[in-house]
Design a protein around this ligand. Structure first.
Ligand SMILES: Cc1ncc(C[n+]2csc(CCOP(=O)(O)OP(=O)(O)O)c2C)c(N)n1
Ligand code: SF4
Length: 259
């Protein structure tokens, strides 16, 4: 009997949960953000053109998560490294993936300047309200009253200031062609839609694209499943409004045509 050979093997998906299970703690939101990102990349069919960059922090656990070219950077330096990759080869689609510490504290100057320069990259920031990898210290996004290793009595806004509203800041300083949104892992399909638009915007070469994803960290929050979801949906989503903050006209038109 003739054996039918598959001469052209199918391109593997960029995200393959069967062969690459994630390394995050149970209940961690990083895996969900990356799942949505992987699906967005697969749907756009850009796997071969992508360079994925991850920061120091729990985001680095994604260094071999995707079947894609990946670079892992120093803490806070993911944005400038990926800006460099994009400037060296504008044909590539570059993704800078970081935590709230990496993007809003040690790397904030890079985020601000890349946004202001309108660099044609896609930056994705996972907001889990703490420095997770180092054991749960206060981050720029820690909620008022939230207890962390360095705010054992809860974040006092009079002393430690208010949580950083990153997408609002980026939306205020970016220019024509930029895309800015805040999604949440509790609305994964919507988050995937935002990530897809942030990538489509880069593919079209329009401007800086930024998505903050509200995420979970039950290990450092010391919460059970119910408490974890309640903290995300009631407290975080109450303080950090979810939605699109800046959408280029061309993306809006493309969306209307799809409808
Ligand atoms: C230059 C430098 N400073 C500090 C550290 C220590 N450090 C490692 S991870 C981390 C915080 C990570 O928090 P975040 O960026 O919010 O990511 P998460 O782990 O919460 O996903 C810090 C301060 C480091 N590795 N390098
Ligand atoms: S410490 Fe928190 S952010 Fe890091 S992998 Fe565990 S749950 Fe996720």
């Amino acid at each position: 009997m003739a054996v039918e050979l598959e001469l052209e093997p199918k391109m593997p998906n960029c995200w393959d949960p069967a062969t690459k299970p994630h390394k995050f703690c149970p209940g961690c939101g990083h895996g969900l953000v990356l799942k949505a990102l992987g699906q967005a990349i697969d749907e756009l069919g850009i796997q071969d053109r992508v360079v994925f960059g991850c920061d120091i922090g729990c985001s680095l656990l994604s260094w071999d998560f995707f079947n894609m070219d990946t670079v892992q950077t120093h803490h806070g330096r993911t944005t400038p490294v990926l800006v460099g990759v994009k400037r060296a080869n504008p044909e590539l689609i570059v993704i800078a993936y970081m935590g709230d510490g990496g993007g809003y504290a040690i790397g904030s100057q890079h985020l601000v300047n890349a946004a202001n320069r309108n660099d044609r990259i896609t930056a994705i920031l996972c907001n889990n309200t703490n420095y997770a990898m180092t054991g749960g210290q206060m981050a720029p996004t820690t909620m008022p009253g939230q207890k962390t290793e360095t705010t054992p009595y809860g974040r006092d806004v009079n002393d430690q200031g208010y949580p950083m509203l990153g997408p609002e800041m980026v939306a205020a300083i970016t220019h024509e062609g930029s895309y800015v949104a805040r999604g949440t892992v509790s609305k994964l399909r919507t988050l995937k839609g935002y990530l897809k638009k942030a990538l489509a915007n880069q593919i079209a070469g329009r401007g800086f694209s930024f998505v903050e994803a509200l995420s979970t960290c039950p290990t450092n929050w010391r919460t059970n499943a119910k408490q974890t979801w309640a903290f995300l949906e009631e407290q975080m989503q109450g303080y950090f409004p979810v939605g699109e903050l800046k959408v280029p006209a061309e993306l809006q038109t493309a969306e209307r045509k799809e409808e």
